[in-house]
Design a protein around this ligand. Structure first.
Ligand SMILES: [Zn+2]
Length: 247
């Protein structure tokens, strides 16, 4: 049985060159649902926003073709809204939290600095990322396409950009994160929200110059590290402003 498949421009990234920007034949020789078929041509299910059969009927991932059909596969469109259910994803997200794969740890740290709840660890396996995403309803950020073919992962972005700052811009735009940015509100080591702390309470932990020039301090409730808006933080703020993610 032959399926005639066309993927939209945004999904060309995942396809072999010969299948990009055109309809191509797919020889289906087994019983398979649309998720399996689409992933077998290279596109992870997390990147798919709509599927249409014969130019009209919307279909879900579970649909099993029984006759020759035409398939049109469209990408998840930016900015995404995962707070509403869709035919492909009945599950929804009330809050946006993330898990960063080991190949985008720098992106994870930058996002925490912008105030987002992001778990990351060099020790994460593909399986532990999928489990964490499933258990805590986290969006997976990765550059590993194969990881996103796991059933347990529902929400994700396969980053196209190589550089962490470009990846950050891509993520902020894709998930429409600008209104949710709370710069310098989390510990970049633990991902915990920072609390204001009295200068007097941590005075003995400060260097003389810090003591002299800074008056507002924050503390991580997990690791007890003390933070202040020093030159490093100001440098990061400027970098985010130049990137256009901070106003
Ligand atoms: Zn901490």
């Amino acid at each position: 049985m032959i399926l005639r498949i066309k993927c939209c421009r945004d999904l060309a990234f995942f396809l072999p060159r010969i299948h990009r920007h055109r309809r191509f034949d797919y020889h289906l020789t087994r019983r398979a649902n649309l998720k399996d078929i689409i992933e077998s041509i290279g596109v992870p299910h997390t990147e798919v926003g709509h599927i249409r059969i014969n130019h009209s009927l919307p279909a879900g991932f579970d649909y099993i073709p029984k006759t020759a059909i035409q398939l049109d596969v469209k990408a998840v469109k930016a900015p995404t809204d995962y707070t509403r259910p869709s035919l492909l994803r009945s599950e929804t997200l009330e809050t946006l939290s993330f898990v960063a794969d080991v190949n985008v740890i720098k992106l994870g740290r930058l996002m925490i600095l912008l105030g987002f709840d992001v778990c990351y660890s060099k020790g994460y396996s593909d399986r532990s990322i999928a489990d964490l995403a499933h258990r805590e309803k986290r969006i997976v950020l990765t550059r590993d396409t194969a990881l996103l073919k796991r059933n347990r992962i529902v929400f994700a972005r396969r980053l196209r950009a190589n550089h962490p700052y470009d990846q950050l811009k891509e993520t902020v735009e894709f998930f429409n994160l600008k209104p949710r940015i709370r710069f310098f509100s989390r510990c970049t080591l633990c991902n915990a929200g920072l609390n204001r702390v009295d200068k007097d309470a941590i005075l003995d932990r400060l260097e003389p110059k810090t003591k002299k020039y800074y008056h507002t301090f924050y503390q991580c409730p997990e690791c007890t590290r003390v933070f202040w808006c020093g030159s490093h933080i100001e440098h990061m703020r400027s970098a985010f402003e130049r990137l256009g993610v901070l106003e």
